[in-house]
Design a binder for this molecule. Structure first.
Ligand code: G1P
Length: 307
């Protein structure tokens, strides 16, 4: 039988310093986009793609994440008593079957590659997914599901990619393109955070990966790279060189960098405008802001049309 992807790793050990002081006492992944924590979007996306086992790589101070996915018997009892069935239904989305979710501590902040490698005991000789919760992707068909469907044809390793402007390319892992087949792009290799001059393309890796067990093995012998950190990109790159099985997938959807304040705010606006109960009032508010310039009003109008 062909292998399916049922396990996903969520690296959530970061300190979230860009969101201090909010993240002094709560993990960044619990910050809400409208009314749902960042992590919930990622979990829903993984579930839609068929993921059954969720592996969180955490650090000190992230216990609120564990509580979030636990039962809340007292709260549920109170809601039941008050007949709040809709809210109970909402809460059910946060319910994780015992044993479907595992937490591993990354004891030292040694980079994304190291965080993923911390989960190696949970991954047998099987392909697995990695999702970075900072990257929130609004899409009709969830991004990882699009990728899994494409991966059924290619197998090997697959990373979500999107075109980015020149001045942003050095913030990403970048694809060295071998064969551009529209949505699917065969890669010769990957480079982590290159300068504009060294960037082999403008196709940037976003935080969605489907990886082979070879990458996990590579990771465990990967030395620190850019920024002195063990880079996931470097291990994928080495696998690409040896096995020639790395693909980029140009997903359909809009990606928000919720690791930055501006990205988080943009995502908040987009997701709020997608909610029928908020849309009219919120759109009106944006349109009528005295400071809103005509071109910004156009952006709001455009966003509403696109939804
Ligand atoms: C990480 C990866 C990078 C990728 C990016 C996507 O970088 O190392 O290859 O392009 O996520 O969000 P970070 O944003 O953690 O610096």
């Amino acid at each position: 039988m062909r292998q399916r992807i049922t396990k996903a790793i969520f690296p959530v050990a970061g300190l979230g310093t860009r969101f201090l002081p909010a993240t002094k006492s709560i993990p960044k992944e619990i910050l809400p986009l409208v009314d749902r924590p960042l992590i919930q979007y990622c979990i829903d996306e993984a579930r839609a793609a068929g993921i059954k086992e969720f592996i969180f790589v955490t650090s000190r101070g992230k216990s609120a994440l564990e509580d979030y996915f636990d039962n809340a018997p007292q709260l549920e009892k109170t809601l039941r008593k008050k007949g709040k069935t809709e809210l109970l239904e909402e809460l059910r989305q946060t319910d994780m079957e015992s044993g479907a979710i595992a937490y591993i501590r990354q004891k030292k902040a040694k980079g994304l590659g190291h965080a993923v490698a911390c989960a190696h005991r949970f991954i047998a000789n099987e392909p697995f997914a990695v999702l970075l919760p900072d990257d929130v992707i609004a899409a009709e068909k969830p991004c990882l599901q699009q990728m899994v469907e494409a991966w059924e044809e290619t197998r090997g390793n697959m990373v979500g990619v999107m075109e980015v402007p020149d001045d942003q390319i050095s913030s990403y892992g970048v694809l060295d393109v071998k064969d551009d087949m529209n949505r699917l792009v065969a890669a010769r290799g990957l480079v982590e955070k290159p300068s504009i001059a060294d960037a082999p393309s403008r196709l940037a890796v976003v935080g969605r990966y489907i990886l082979t067990p070879s990458v996990m093995r590579e990771l465990r012998r990967t030395d620190p790279g850019v920024g002195g950190e063990i880079q996931l990109t470097d291990a994928i790159n080495r696998t690409a060189m040896q096995e020639d099985n790395v693909y980029g997938y140009r997903f359909e959807g809009t990606r928000y960098d919720c690791g930055s304040k501006a990205g988080f705010l943009e995502a908040t606006v987009d997701f709020a405008l997608r909610r029928p109960e908020l849309r009219d009032r919120f759109a009106g508010f944006l349109r009528d802001l005295p400071e809103t310039k005509p071109e910004e009003k156009q952006v709001v109008a455009g966003a509403l049309k696109a939804i």
